[in-house]
Write a protein that binds this ligand. Structure first.
Ligand SMILES: NC(=O)c1ccc[n+]([C@@H]2O[C@H](COP(=O)([O-])OP(=O)(O)OC[C@H]3O[C@@H](n4cnc5c(N)ncnc54)[C@H](OP(=O)(O)O)[C@@H]3O)[C@@H](O)[C@H]2O)c1
Length: 322
């Protein structure tokens, strides 16, 4: 099969199309003929050598999510049949003609969605459902702030929070990105290059914050949170260290938490997948959530897709079509 391989740690140019053996599914896995794969920021970190894949993933083929057709299945797989159209969260290996996935980490392609659209879902939906709703406990009527609102994660967080009845705020790095966040359901989006989000939101107060930026945002987030507020970290792209006033955490009874998805075990991911099928899939199929695909590249042009991601010009998801 054709696959995009990280030939060395480095810039986008280290991604090369090569011929590889088609992987074989284990008893509880399916082999997917990949139609489309999502590009995620963690793929960029992996390409640079800063985010080693887990031992059970292909070591040099990136790709955390795909959509396609089940070509083969292991003997223990009962819930899927050969020929089913699925999207799947992978441990790696998605930038390829075929990928293996745990059967329990596959979900049906939502009705009316294309393969490219369906492949844009797993990584961000799993991350947002786990961190905003399960870990952060966001409820209807609460105020929710997501930083990086125009990222793949951001567009998913805005739409799901809105669909579940929260009042949504976002930050992003340009007026166009802010407009896109508001078009997706944010009540107010703040261009952090021209406005201070803490100043804008301090009289509103926020119940749950999803942050991937860290750095100078950490103290501001803590100050913005309402009593019993929750601050959830999924990355800290601008730095992971800050001085925190523990008195403020006690006084407001705050919860500071966070998680990384990729290193969680298969049992956890299967439970998360079941929860998403029950709670999120009806929202996707109701039309309250729309895929936001910024640009689709051919598999062989994965380097250009990474270049675009690193420019941070995009709004929403960057995809590869096989
Ligand atoms: N913990 C987990 O399980 C998990 C899972 C998936 C993703 N993540 C993390 O979630 C974040 C978003 O992922 P994604 O795939 O949605 O990414 P993405 O689409 O590439 O978006 C990242 C956005 O963050 C903003 N940004 C602000 N400061 C930045 C900086 N120092 N470097 C790069 N970008 C910066 C940029 O928009 P502006 O123009 O608005 O600045 C950029 O478009 C990433 O940090 C990723 O590692 C975590």
């Amino acid at each position: 099969m054709k696959a995009i391989v990280i030939t060395n740690p480095g810039g986008p140019e280290v991604l090369k199309l090569q011929e590889r053996d088609t992987p074989q599914p284990k008893p509880n896995e399916v082999l997917i003929r990949v139609k489309a794969a999502g590009v995620n920021r963690p793929d960029v970190f992996q390409r640079k050598g800063n985010y080693p894949p887990p031992a059970n993933a292909p070591q040099d083929i990136p790709g955390l999510e795909v959509a396609g057709i089940i070509e083969e299945k292991g003997p223990e797989v009962t819930q899927w049949n050969v020929g089913d159209a699925v999207c799947a969260l992978l441990n790696g290996g998605g930038y390829a003609g075929f990928a293996v996935a745990e059967a329990a980490q596959c979900l049906p392609v939502p009705k009316g969605w294309s393969f490219v659209e369906a492949a844009s879902l797993p990584e961000t939906v799993f991350t947002v459902w786990q961190n905003v709703f399960e870990r952060g406990g966001l409820k209807a009527g609460e105020k929710f702030l997501v930083h990086g609102g125009s990222s793949g994660i951001g567009i998913t967080a805005i739409q799901l929070a809105k669909a579940f009845g929260a009042e949504v705020y976002a930050t992003a790095g340009s007026d166009d990105k802010c407009k896109a966040c508001e078009d997706l359901g944010a009540k107010r989006s703040i261009n952090y290059k021209t406005e201070d989000f803490e100043e804008v939101l301090k009289d509103i107060g926020i119940d749950v914050i999803l942050d991937m930026i860290g750095g100078g945002y950490i103290e501001k987030n803590i100050r913005l949170l309402n009593p019993d507020g929750r601050l959830v970290y999924i990355n800290a792209m601008n730095g992971s260290k800050a001085e925190i006033d523990v008195q403020e955490i006690m006084r407001k009874r705050l919860t500071l938490t966070g998680s990384t998805l990729r290193n969680r075990d298969a049992v956890f991911k299967a439970q998360l997948s079941a929860s998403i099928l029950k709670n999120v899939w009806p929202v996707l199929e109701s039309g309250k959530f729309k895929p936001v695909v910024y640009k689709t590249f051919k598999l062989e042009d994965a380097a250009a897709a990474h270049q675009l991601m690193e420019s941070s010009e995009h709004i929403g998801k960057i995809m590869l079509e096989v």
